[in-house]
Design a protein around this ligand. Structure first.
Ligand code: SAM
Length: 323
């Protein structure tokens, strides 16, 4: 049997191949499988302008239509735009602070935070994303001289005679899969382990990833720290599970009103959420970690269905006024 291949330069080639079903050589195909053939690394430089703050941020990522289902971090998600405006409008939260970004993907919010923070650690659990994050951190993190007093207008303040200069933000990239054990292992090189701000955009999606995500936040968030999570509610069950577990972990979640800082006519999904998460006073951290604590990449419908069943039996529970 023969197949005609069309290459991108318009040439055509003819390949002889046996019918796989009759040749019995599936195993050999597997052994010689080259995943790189299917991996797109044709990153493009994008520039995001946050005009009312006079800020532009460049980075490399893929155009959305080119990413693989498992490599969602190669593209920039709308929830990260919301997060960026929140950072610019609340730069005091980041000024001279240690910031950890979870599920950073290409790292847009984290890169923006390098204008204000003392240290930013960009992390992602997908190993293919790490070289992209490294590239963006090396090339596009903010490296200009800043002053001790950050400006609240979004731009790092320029040197004045009264303000002491401070060094550019230290930026690190680490592979970090959510979950207590994996997080502990991933951050061995880091000192100290606690962060003033833990943030992530579009990182609330699979039901089985909620607990490991919260374990990670719980592990890294300093006693008076704030976690900022921006996401689109794509599944009400996951959304409710997130809020239930936030309460179980002893966190308080407040909705941040986006209209106060987003530009007029900025397209926001009606399902967009931006949450400010803090520890409830007096709650001892670290809930027990069971088997669920380890990360599983099981995305089956069954996971969602079994969660639905639990929700039905839990239907009387308080949901932090979310409905
Ligand atoms: C939808 S993308 C969002 C990327 C980026 N934050 C943005 O908003 O553009 C989700 C990101 O979370 C990462 N991720 C998914 N599951 C993860 C896990 N269990 N541990 C760590 N990272 C994970 C993915 O690799 C991906 O980069």
């Amino acid at each position: 049997m023969s197949a005609v291949l069309n290459s991108t330069d318009g040439t055509k080639g003819c390949v002889e191949r046996e019918d796989a079903a009759t040749s019995g050589c599936h195993d050999e195909f597997d052994d010689n499988f080259e995943p790189g053939l299917f991996l797109c690394r044709d990153y493009v430089c994008y520039e995001f302008s946050f005009d009312q703050y006079g800020v532009k941020q460049r980075l490399m990522s893929l155009p959305s239509k080119q990413t693989d289902y498992d490599l969602t971090g190669q593209i920039i998600w709308p929830a990260s735009h919301t997060m960026c405006y929140m950072i610019l409008a609340n730069s005091h939260l980041f000024n001279s602070r240690r910031v950890l970004e979870l599920g950073a993907g290409a790292g847009l919010p984290g890169l923006l935070a390098t204008r204000f923070a003392k240290e930013v650690v960009l992390t992602d659990g997908q190993e293919e994303i790490i070289p992209l994050l490294n590239l963006n951190a090396t090339t596009y993190a903010y490296t200009e001289q800043r002053t001790e007093r950050g400006s609240s207008t979004g731009s790092p303040s320029r040197s004045t005679s009264s303000a002491a200069p401070r060094p550019p933000c230290a930026v690190h990239v680490l592979p970090l899969q959510w979950g207590y054990k994996t997080a502990v292992k991933a951050v061995r090189p880091l000192q100290p382990k606690s962060f003033d701000v833990v943030m992530g955009s579009d990182i609330v999606f699979w039901p089985e990833a909620i607990r490991p995500l919260l374990e990670t936040i719980e592990y890294f968030l300093s006693a008076n720290g704030v976690a900022i999570i921006s996401y689109i509610n794509r599944c009400d069950l996951v959304h409710r599970q997130f809020f239930d577990m936030l309460a179980d972990f002893g966190f308080i979640a407040e909705h941040v009103c986006m209209s106060t800082f987003l530009p007029e006519h900025f397209p926001v999904s009606p399902h967009a959420y931006l949450l400010k998460i803090t520890r409830r006073v007096g709650v001892s951290p670290r809930p027990k970690i069971g088997k669920k604590g380890s990360l599983k990449q099981n995305r089956s419908i069954d996971g969602i269905a079994s969660y639905a069943n639990r929700q039905i039996s839990n239907s009387g529970r308080h949901r932090m006024g979310l409905e």
